[in-house]
Ligand binder design. Sequence first.
Ligand SMILES: Cc1cc2nc3c(=O)[nH]c(=O)nc-3n(C[C@H](O)[C@H](O)[C@H](O)COP(=O)(O)O)c2cc1C
Length: 262
Amino acid sequence: MNLVEKNETLKLIENRKTIRAYNKKELTQEVIEIIIRGAMRAPTAGNMMMYSILQITDQVIKEKLVKTCDNQPHIAKAPLVLIFLADLQRWWDYFDICKIPELCNDIGKEFQTPQESDLLLASCDALIAAQNAVITAESLGIGSCYIGDIMENYEIHKEMFNLSKWVFPIAMVCFGYPKGDKEKIPLTSRFPQKFIHFENKYQRLNEEELTEMFKNVDRKIVEKNAKNLGQDVYLRKSGADFSKEMRRSVKTALKVWLEGNN
Ligand SMILES: Cc1cc2nc3c(=O)[nH]c(=O)nc-3n(C[C@H](O)[C@H](O)[C@H](O)COP(=O)(O)O)c2cc1C
């Protein structure tokens, strides 16, 4: 028996798969609390918990999310839907209550409001919490699926969820007990470690290495206009309409985030 085989946590991590089809079994309140607590035990920069977790219980909102998140029907079928918000509103509101602008004025220090770096840091917090929720759920036999498309349609989501200026939905995760036999879903492949894991210095891959990296990838070409894997992934992902919308949406969100900043 190797180290992984002897260790339940490692086995869980190695065998996790994204689950997009859920059976109708509801998650009990106790189970939901355990998942949320798991998220909240995640490491968080400066122990500041720069995130909020929005649980979507309203079926009408779930149906709307199907449409605003690139038409993904499994969102509406998930018994538990959590949106992880990068959130600095809470802290800056508290700073206001604590009279930080006045303090800065008194001691001759510039008072700063959240900027790009704060959004990135809060996003790290929110995503790490999300992944803790995923692993917690997995340990209870509950599958999950991230929905990155929650970053699209910023204006609609802002209105829908009453988001304030310094709150940004960085990820959504659907949870549910897997429908059918989870073992039948193949484990997705990963690139060979040598192209991902470097020592001391970053290594930009050359053509030969990139060709080798993709050589044994078990991805099928789906897009009819694609002649190779790069063309397929570009047309379906990075260059697709949803990515264009995500770029537009995040630009708008960033503009709001930075409005009136000093
Ligand atoms: C940030 C992020 C966003 C994702 N967005 C979606 C999504 O919108 N819809 C979806 O079905 N899966 C989504 N996924 C799941 C990935 O497609 C999945 O993790 C990947 O194909 C690898 O499969 P595995 O998780 O089973 O190993 C997302 C995953 C991550 C980490």
